[in-house]
Design a protein. Structure first.
Length: 113
């Protein structure tokens, strides 16, 4: 089983994007969900948590700009990214909490003018 992130693209600094990640019901209903990103030459880093209890958490690098939500009816988790910066450029991945599934190909977000 592999989660597929989608919704990436090219956006100008200050712009917004919404990423989506669809999962099977068996995964989605029993797990918190996470978003990670990996920039070229850097390690993969956690950028958003949506716990099974409904709490959310973000690192300081994206706090106040990124939010995470889930649509239980569609078994989908979203990453809402606002006020994007060039340093947000990365491949974005979703996974469970903690990450337990093989990493999918991710979706590329490029922030550039």
């Amino acid at each position: 089983v592999q989660l597929q992130a989608s919704g990436g693209g090219l956006v100008q600094p200050g712009g917004s994007l919404r990423l989506s990640c669809a999962a099977s019901g068996s995964i989605f209903n029993n797990s918190g969900m996470t978003w990670f990103r990996q920039a070229p030459g850097k390690q993969r880093e956690l950028v958003a948590i949506f716990s099974s209890s409904g709490s959310t958490n973000f690192p300081d690098s994206v706090k106040g700009r990124f939010t995470i939500s889930r649509d239980n009816a569609k078994n989908t988790v979203f990453l809402h990214m606002n006020s994007l910066k060039p340093e947000d450029t990365a491949v974005y991945y979703c996974n469970t909490l903690p990450p337990s599934l093989p990493w999918g190909p991710g979706t590329l977000v490029t922030v550039s003018s």
